[in-house]
Design a protein around this ligand. Structure first.
Ligand code: AMP
Ligand code: ZN
Length: 471
């Protein structure tokens, strides 16, 4: 297996710390809103990586956090807590918001055939671990208290910018015009480990700590949650490229200062899904979700194939035209697989030599920094190969473990009830409309209402909230 490592900026031969075993960590979602299909690109590519490692024979343990506290609007420790913002927008408690959007995220992952990691841990479960790590960082002199918050002192490190290739703009994160500079920081990129004093006195979730009642910073959760489940040595850490700085840079600073040794050997970063306006992002509003795609008539797996067609280290531009092309290709692919499966019914004449030959080609492709488009080419070569149908069915089934496109599934019987999909979609649109109204984006709220109306759904705003019915 060869993987591009952001730390060394090279494609490297993958060697885990313990032979045959892989300790893998993924930064999970911040659950204050629905995941958009950009977020899900990252999770699809990470799913392919995990399944490739398993396919090759590694015993993988994968851990993911759920960010339900501490992620502020600006990555430079300023702005409102995103969870609190979500709770206010929807007149719910932070924990209600966290549960609702965690469930929505898991459901979206299910629709995209993304395997649930072995451990999924919400940040609010691990406050004691955070406090312990911060205490050790203070003892070792890597942290300081100022203005009642606890900060990590980046000047104590030999090398802070471990990824080394941040743009000037990214490095200025602490001093952007639109964020208030925190004068308690000794160095511009110092970051908060624990907040006790913040300008947001209405922070909903607070815990007792040796430094007073407060709440953790965003970065500490990934260092602690990964160590809780994977120990002090990790093989591979994943996330979107926007997480490289400051989030992953700060995770490394904390973890290596705490343990006193190198923490994680390989860093896997997925590039962004962009739309015409640039990076798709939750804060921009009008985000595309899996339910929206479904409502427009796309099987979610069309989007999975759309992602697999390109390499995770290249930005991917989303458009409905491109998705339509992928949809056409997917339907054709399913039909060919179904025909082969039918022709192979009752036959057992698998040519194992051919299986080995194509499987080796598949592993060469997918094991080469998860080259998914090349792996798909091998699949297409199988479909047209001069071999028995039973051999093809076996190979399609094997490759589909990694590709996860349901290539051999009997689809007619398994179609979900249209009404359940419709209800989920409408509820999601109602939530997005409410969010738009809260942000005084009435044009967007009206657009959502009208779009639903065109689909025969009438919204009624009542004191208790918005209800809907079919016209
Ligand atoms: P968040 O829920 O904002 O914490 O993000 C969840 C994951 O999605 C992180 O790994 C981000 O780096 C990633 N991400 C955010 N925006 C995009 C995008 N437009 N394309 C791909 N990945 C993204
Ligand atoms: Zn993280």
């Amino acid at each position: 297996m060869r993987i591009y490592n952001t730390l060394t900026k090279r494609v490297e031969e993958f060697k885990p710390n313990v032979e045959g075993k892989v300790a893998m960590y993924t930064c999970g979602p911040t659950v204050y809103h629905f995941a958009h299909i950009g977020n899900l690109r990252s999770y699809i590519c990470e799913d392919v990586l995990e399944k490739t490692l398993r396919y090759i024979g590694y015993d993988v343990k994968r851990v993911m956090n759920i960010t339900d506290v501490g992620h502020l609007s600006s990555d430079a420790d300023t702005g409102e807590d995103k969870m609190l913002k979500g709770a206010k927008r929807e007149h719910k408690t932070v924990m209600e918001i966290a549960k609702f959007y965690t469930d929505a995220f898991m459901s979206d992952c299910g629709k995209l055939n993304i395997k649930t990691p072995d451990v999924v841990e919400p940040a609010t479960n691990c406050i004691d671990e955070f406090i312990h790590m911060i205490e050790v960082l203070l003892e070792k002199g890597y942290a300081y208290q100022a203005g009642e918050n606890i900060y990590f002192d980046t000047s104590k490190l030999k090398e802070y910018y471990v990824f080394g290739n941040q743009s000037e703009e990214e490095l200025m994160v602490g001093v952007r015009d639109d964020v208030t500079e925190d004068t308690n920081k000794r160095n511009k990129n110092d970051f908060v480990l624990w907040f006790t004093k913040s300008k947001f006195e209405d922070q909903a979730l607070k815990w007792d700590s040796p430094w007073g009642v407060g709440y953790p910073g965003w970065h500490i959760e990934c260092s602690c949650i990964s160590m809780k489940h994977l120990g002090e040595y990790m093989d591979i850490h994943c996330g979107g490229v926007d997480n490289m700085f400051p989030h992953h840079t700060n995770e490394i600073a904390q973890s290596e200062s705490y343990t006193g040794h190198k923490w994680c050997n390989y860093w896997f970063h997925v590039h962004h899904l962009n739309d015409r306006e640039g990076k798709m992002s939750k804060s921009k509003g009008n985000i595309l979700t899996v339910s929206v795609l479904q409502k427009k008539g796309y099987d979610p797996l069309v989007y999975r194939l759309f992602c697999l067609n390109s390499h995770y280290r290249k930005p991917l531009e989303f458009s409905f035209d491109a998705l339509d092309n992928t949809n056409a290709a997917y339907q054709k692919l399913l039909k060919r697989c179904a025909d082969i499966k039918k022709a192979a019914e009752g036959k057992t004449d698998v040519d194992e030599a051919v299986v080995t030959e194509f499987n080796n080609r598949f592993i060469d492709a997918i094991g080469n920094d998860t080259n998914t488009s090349m792996a798909l080419t091998v699949l297409y070569d199988v479909l047209k190969a001069d071999t028995t149908e039973a051999t093809k069915v076996k190979l399609i089934g094997m490759f589909d473990y990694v590709l996860s496109l349901d290539l051999l599934k009997d689809r007619e019987e398994e179609k979900p009830a249209v009404d359940a999909d419709l209800a989920a979609y409408v509820e999601e649109q109602i939530a997005l409309r409410k969010a738009a109204k809260k942000e005084k984006n009435f044009a967007e709220a009206d657009r959502i209402r009208n779009e639903l109306l065109e689909k025969g759904i009438v919204l009624k705003d009542t004191r208790e909230g918005t209800t809907w019915e079919k016209a």
